[in-house]
Ligand binder design. Structure first.
Ligand code: GDP
Length: 328
């Protein structure tokens, strides 16, 4: 079941409660659970959600008397809260700091800060000096939407006044550099890559070092995805990560992959220890439930969702907004 249908089913289940009888409420819980299962949400998570809903109904609904309006509002709130809990990792995703400084490392010197997109000279102290660029490494399977999402994220930060550079460290897929280059040129983002160099670790390092020297605020590194989860892919990711020491690693996951999301997320988590997730292709016929389970299982926040192929088809992910939209 795709996300749009899931929303309709959840709304239908909620509105089917008319008299507030135990039978109706039990049927509503059943309907919600089967809709989630049909959307590929992990069964253990659904069982936990069902138990939580039952417990809350028992404690919260008993105080409403026979007022049906009040009962319905409470029911909606219980379902909404539990669904939010399902997509909320309760972890704060790391955030880049918006600060460019000159090369001096002593306190009391003048640094250039970017505030609201404007360069402003300020006197630095040990607390506000950020001496190094914020490096973001992207990982994920081939075709998941990594290269597209790298550009989307670069544009997102560029619009907010950051100086952003893109590095292509995918030497496995022919055409990977061309793709990143074309995206980068279209979006006017500086880029780095090579047609000749075969060693992705070397390219990643050269790109990061170049942009660091040029005082970029954020450096985004795209890595190879290959087709399947192969040991070689994971070894390469580890080597690149050790070399460039990213400030943040983001896993890109195709929102439509269903139950396979869980094992994929676990495998990547073990090797790359990503700190956040971008879910792509949430526009089309994505079930989304598999990927949502992966989030709950790896306890990693989704930070953005991709909603199309265009560079602006990119939304900040907030559990409450996502569930509100789903419930209409
Ligand atoms: P990579 O191999 O992981 O780098 O994947 P790409 O960035 O090349 O994306 C693979 C395909 O998915 C391309 O055709 C992209 O245009 C498409 N794509 C990426 N993100 C999205 C998205 O959010 N929605 C849709 N509909 N397509 C996307």
């Amino acid at each position: 079941m795709v996300l749009a249908d899931l929303g309709a089913r959840l709304r239908g289940a909620l509105s089917s409660v008319e008299s507030g009888s135990d039978e109706e409420i039990n049927q509503m819980i059943k309907d919600i659970c089967s809709a989630l299962l049909e959307s590929d949400v992990n069964i253990k998570l659904v069982v936990k959600l069902r138990d939580n809903i039952k417990l809350k109904i028992k404690s919260d609904l008993s105080t409403s008397g026979n007022n049906m309006n009040e009962k319905r509002k409470k029911l909606q709130k219980i379902i909404y809260d539990e669904l939010c809990g399902l997509v909320d990792s309760h972890e704060e995703p790391p955030k880049p700091t918006k600060l460019s400084v000159n090369s001096s490392k002593t306190s009391g010197h003048t640094v250039t800060k970017i505030i609201n997109g404007k360069k402003v000279k300020v006197t630095a102290n040990k607390n506000n000096v950020k001496e190094s660029s914020y490096v973001i490494m992207f990982v994920g399977l081939q075709g998941s939407g990594k290269t597209t999402s790298c550009t989307k994220l670069a544009v997102y930060y560029k619009k907010r006044g950051f100086k952003v550079g893109l590095v292509c460290a995918d030497t496995f897929r022919a055409g990977a550099f061309d793709q990143l280059k074309q995206n980068a040129i279209k979006a006017s983002i500086p880029y780095f890559g090579s047609y000749l160099e075969q060693d992705p670790v070397k390219i990643a390092n050269e790109g990061v070092e170049k942009f660091k020297q040029e005082k970029f605020d954020i450096i985004i590194v795209d890595t190879s995805g290959r087709h399947r989860q192969e040991q070689q892919l994971f070894n390469e990711m580890i080597q690149i990560s050790e070399m460039i020491a990213p400030s943040q690693t983001i896993m890109v996951m195709d929102g439509s992959i269903g139950q396979a999301a869980e094992s994929q997320a676990k495998a990547f988590k073990e090797s790359a220890n990503f700190g956040s997730i971008i879910l792509t292709k949430m526009d089309g016929h994505a079930k989304g439930g598999g990927a949502i389970s992966a989030v709950a299982i790896t306890k990693t926040p989704i930070i953005f969702i991709g909603t199309g192929e265009h560079v602006n088809d990119f939304e900040i992910f907030k559990p409450s907004t996502f569930i509100s939209k789903l419930l209409g």
